[in-house]
Write a protein that binds this ligand. Structure first.
Ligand code: TXA
Ligand code: MG
Length: 320
């Protein structure tokens, strides 16, 4: 594991590593990604290997521009509208894959759809340009652990892995992308994230939201295995919506409050009750409390509106 500053020479070095079949960790606006050339099956396999990721879990493909995205998938009118409005940005679109692309089957885990996004981070974009290939990248953490929002989080998880890590500082969003599946004039949110349902509705309000994923897909394979309940799990047990606290617990706090004032082992996601700040701090807070080797973490209630929906989704998984 080598951590490099995001100097252009280092980005070129990382791009070469990708072209030569190595994996590279890089910053995005959501969380750090563990990337491989999406056209190189052996390189993609390294991701599954070092992450200890179940084989059936498909990866998001990151591309440098809309033209590349359109060469890989069929965009409906609504999908194009979303892409034009929200990319580069924290939304991934699951779309029918074009036939005869060079994308490795391991990336899509055999599905005939592909998840695409253009990340909104200058280092990630430069890396995509220099490497000149689509980059398949899940979050850069060992499977089942919380997503990394700092280069040091990645370094912690992959201490003994041969890997370049581009250090781009803290991720500005701190929460993974929203994943949308668009098909047959409807869409479903496979994973809530930075872009809220309200924003999506505002862009493609003319098509309807399907709250239950298509049975045809979910029968054969989990539609989005990221929906697995245990995907985001710290070592400590989580107790959600806690309004009273026990002495053996650490507290993940939210907002200005006096109830948890006497508790010393705590992390406040946002003392001012700002959901954006809370989202950016979520994984950092969970990692921090986990690093104290506490057995239990009591989580204060987070309002279930806007970004709070995604935060509560992650917390529910972490508690499962
Ligand atoms: O913000 C993010 O999305 C970050 C950064 C690095 O871009 N990436 C990320 O990737 O969170 P990952 O692999 O941890 O989560 C990808 C999710 C998984 O739940 C996977 O099952 C789902 O996307 N996915 C990928 N391709 C899919 C497909 N064709 N159909 C349904 N779900 C898919
Ligand atoms: Mg992940």
């Amino acid at each position: 594991m080598t951590v490099l500053s995001p100097h252009i020479e280092n980005i070129k070095k990382a791009a070469h590593a990708l072209q030569n079949g190595s994996i590279v960790a890089f910053p995005t606006e959501t969380v750090y990604g563990l990337g491989a050339n999406a056209n190189d099956g052996r390189a993609v396999a390294k991701i599954y290997d070092v992450k200890d990721r179940p084989q059936f879990n498909p990866l998001i493909t990151h591309v440098k521009d809309l033209e590349t995205a359109i060469s890989l998938a069929d965009f409906s009118r609504s999908a194009l509208k979303l892409a034009k409005t929200l990319w580069p940005g924290p939304v991934s679109l699951v779309l029918p894959q074009k036939h005869k692309t060079k994308i490795s089957e391991l990336v899509t885990a055999g599905l005939d759809t592909i998840a695409l996004r253009i990340p909104d981070n200058p280092i990630a974009l430069q890396l995509l340009h220099e490497a000149n290939c689509p980059i398949a990248a899940p979050s850069a953490n060992i499977s089942g652990r919380v997503s990394p929002t700092l280069a040091s989080h990645v370094a912690q998880d992959f201490k003994n892995t041969e890997l370049i890590i581009l250090d781009g500082g803290a991720s500005t969003c701190g929460l993974e992308s929203t994943i949308l599946h668009i098909q047959d004039g409807t869409y479903s949110v496979l994973r809530p994230g930075m872009i809220t349902q309200e924003e999506i509705q505002g862009i493609i309000g003319d098509i309807s939201c399907n709250s239950t994923p298509s049975p045809a897909l979910s029968k054969e394979t989990l539609l989005s295995p990221g929906q697995l309940k245990s995907h985001y799990a710290p070592k400590a047990a989580l107790r959600l919506n806690a309004t009273k606290f026990f002495p053996d617990e650490a507290v993940l706090a939210f907002g200005h409050n006096t109830i948890s004032n006497h508790i010393t082992t705590k992390f406040n996601l946002s003392p001012n009750g700002d959901l954006h700040e809370a989202a950016a701090n979520l994984f950092k807070g969970l990692r921090y409390l986990d690093s104290l080797d506490v057995k239990k973490i009591a989580v204060m209630p987070i309002p279930n509106v806007g970004l709070g929906v995604a935060i509560n989704d992650r917390l529910a998984r972490a508690a499962a």
